[in-house]
Write a protein of this length. Structure first.
Length: 346
């Protein structure tokens, strides 16, 4: 059975939609080369080039709030260097690894082996897995490792496991001589700062900040991205997304983070399709924000409400409150060390 037929049973207007691209719409957009994206890609490529020229590994930390595009960045660089099947090996210049939750040195080594497509990665101790990694890195010509969700490193099950993990990571860089790009939430910075030798290897750092309405050039670039998104929507919009007032509403709805812009627009298309609407207007955007970003938003705080104060939604109990926090909430390591960082602090 086609999922659309089930949808049509509960929303008859869906069955009447002539444009099937509206049903189940997802805003698929290639990475948009805005200023932050270009700066980050340049920094990663420069690190990679230094590794190729001198054969010496180094680290780069890229931290950002959720939705700022750090994972997209890592995937984009990784996809620029695809694996290549050669006569006696698979050439893997760039390896993308997702850090497991509650990691240990053994489980992180296992994740690296899994990214290399090695079977039976659950077997062996951390030193045994590390020896296999070093051998395979040499054989496969691995030059760079991109660690996604690097903040998970701070959520090791115990302080002892965390210290072992940071020491393992430092030794891993020395033994493999690869360059390591760690992408994660702000808590990732606490990982590298916890170990003096690791901090020295990650002296180069980038912070992907949200787009700002207070910076004229920044807001102009944000509006330019909205123009690109509008061109990829399956329905017309009553007011151009990049119109200054609507752009401000979309900025508040997203906190300047593109992922939340995408979620709001996808939600608006879903609402319009369900209601049989032929275009996106302010009330469908309001419903899309409620449907995909903040379900319990009070009406007047909805950025698309006509009387919205259009202020950042980052106060206690609001949708973006945690985006300014660096407290490692739920981390056994932080609890044990008595860490309780203030909101927005370091």
């Amino acid at each position: 059975m086609d999922p659309r037929s089930i949808m049509a049973q509960f929303a008859p207007s869906v069955a009447q939609m002539r444009d099937e691209s509206v049903i189940g719409f997802k805003l698929v957009a290639d990475p948009i080369p805005h200023r932050r994206y270009k700066e980050a890609m340049f920094s990663i490529a420069e690190l990679h080039l230094r590794r190729r020229k001198y054969g010496v590994g180094a680290g780069l930390l890229i931290k950002a709030a959720s939705g700022a595009g750090k994972s997209t960045l890592g995937r984009a660089y990784h996809s620029s260097f695809p694996r290549e099947a050669q006569a006696e090996r698979t050439y893997i210049p760039v390896l993308l690894v997702s850090v497991p939750s509650s990691p240990t040195s053994r489980s992180l080594a296992g994740a690296i082996l899994e990214a290399l497509a090695l079977r039976k990665v659950h077997r062996g101790s951390a030193p045994e897995k590390t020896a296999v990694i070093c051998e395979l890195f040499t054989k496969c010509g691995v030059e760079m490792v991109i660690l996604d969700e690097a903040q998970h490193l701070f959520y090791s099950p115990t302080v002892s496991a965390f210290r072992d993990l940071t020491d393992w990571l430092k030794n891993f860089l020395e033994e493999t001589k690869v360059c390591l790009v760690a992408c994660g939430l702000p808590a990732a910075e606490m990982v590298v700062d916890s170990n003096e030798q690791l901090r020295r290897r990650f002296s180069e750092r980038l912070h992907l900040t949200p787009f700002s309405m207070d910076d004229e050039d920044d807001f102009r670039e944000f509006r330019g991205i909205l123009r690109v998104f509008e061109g990829r929507l399956p329905l017309p919009v009553e007011t151009p997304l990049y119109e200054a007032n609507l752009a401000r509403r979309l900025h508040v709805a997203s906190y300047g983070l593109l992922d939340y812009v995408v979620k709001t627009l996808e939600g608006a298309v879903f609402v319009a399709a369900s209601a049989g609407r032929e275009s996106l207007v302010l009330d469908t955007l309001a419903a899309g924000f409620r449907q995909r970003v903040w379900r319990d938003v009070p009406d007047r705080l909805n950025p698309f409400h006509p009387e919205s104060p259009l202020r950042p939604l980052d106060r206690a109990g609001e949708v973006f409150f945690l985006h300014n926090r660096q407290d490692p909430v739920g981390s056994p390591v932080a609890r044990k060390l008595g860490m309780n960082l203030s909101r927005g602090g370091k």
